[in-house]
Design a protein around this ligand. Structure first.
Ligand code: E4P
Length: 217
């Protein structure tokens, strides 16, 4: 399973990338606004830190202007992945851009039929939003299971990128289903390493080690 960071915070990205565990980054207009940075500048900077795909979202809603913005964005760096909304114009733009060899992440997916359309449009990634799905009373993981089943039925190459991840259990469930990628806020990815018994065990080992009076040198 690939791990993407869902943030436009360059310091967080550089810090996590140093672990060697980071496969890519996703941003969206809200995350760029939160960063306070210029969109094109921050995307270019992130692309210099991470060698994997960096999703950068267009804000136009019509086909022609989506393509115009996508052209600016994809020229920032070779690892830019153009993020397009799951609308008919977005799907049409997806087909055009992937036909030209550009990576495309189709975002704001809330149903399996939407995901089917994105795969038919040649999307590199489909982003189902599990947390927002949970928020309105549907189990976001049911959606991931359905998409996995459909994509496997037809051998679609589109990668399932589980988005709107709120906690480590989302990642656990996504991994059990066989999703290809999760994108999560830095704090959630870091939480994966935490366990109270690990902390307690380490404290005990260090206390016992201190009693030996030894050093490793
Ligand atoms: C992913 O690409 C989205 O930008 C993101 O996961 C949305 O998450 P949210 O629902 O927490 O805003």
């Amino acid at each position: 399973m690939k791990f993407f960071l869902d943030t436009a915070d360059v310091a967080e990205i550089a810090d996590f990338a140093a672990t060697g565990l980071l496969d890519g980054v996703t941003t969206n207009p809200s995350l760029v606004a939160k960063s306070g940075r210029n969109f094109l500048e921050v995307v270019k900077e992130i692309c210099g830190i991470v060698s994997g795909p960096v999703s950068a979202e267009v804000v136009a809603t019509d086909y022609d202007n989506m393509l115009r913005e996508a052209d600016i964005v994809r020229n920032l760096a070779p690892n830019v992945c153009v993020k397009l909304p799951l609308t008919m114009d977005g799907l049409k733009a997806c087909r055009k851009l992937t036909g030209e060899g550009t990576l495309v992440n189709v975002t704001l997916c809330f149903s399996a039929p939407q995901a089917l359309l994105a795969a038919k449009a040649g999307a590199s990634f489909i982003s189902p939003f599990v947390g927002r799905h949970d928020d309105v009373g549907f189990d976001g993981m049911d959606l991931i299971e359905d998409i996995r089943l459909i994509y496997d039925n037809y051998d679609f190459a589109t990668e399932i990128l589980v988005a709107s991840v709120r906690h480590p259990v989302h990642i656990l469930q996504a991994a059990k289903i066989g999703a290809d990628v999760v994108t999560a806020p830095p704090a959630v990815l870091r939480q994966l390493a935490n366990h109270p018994l690990t902390d307690r065990g380490l404290t005990q080992f260090l206390a016992d080690w201190a009693k030996t009076g030894q050093t490793i040198a």
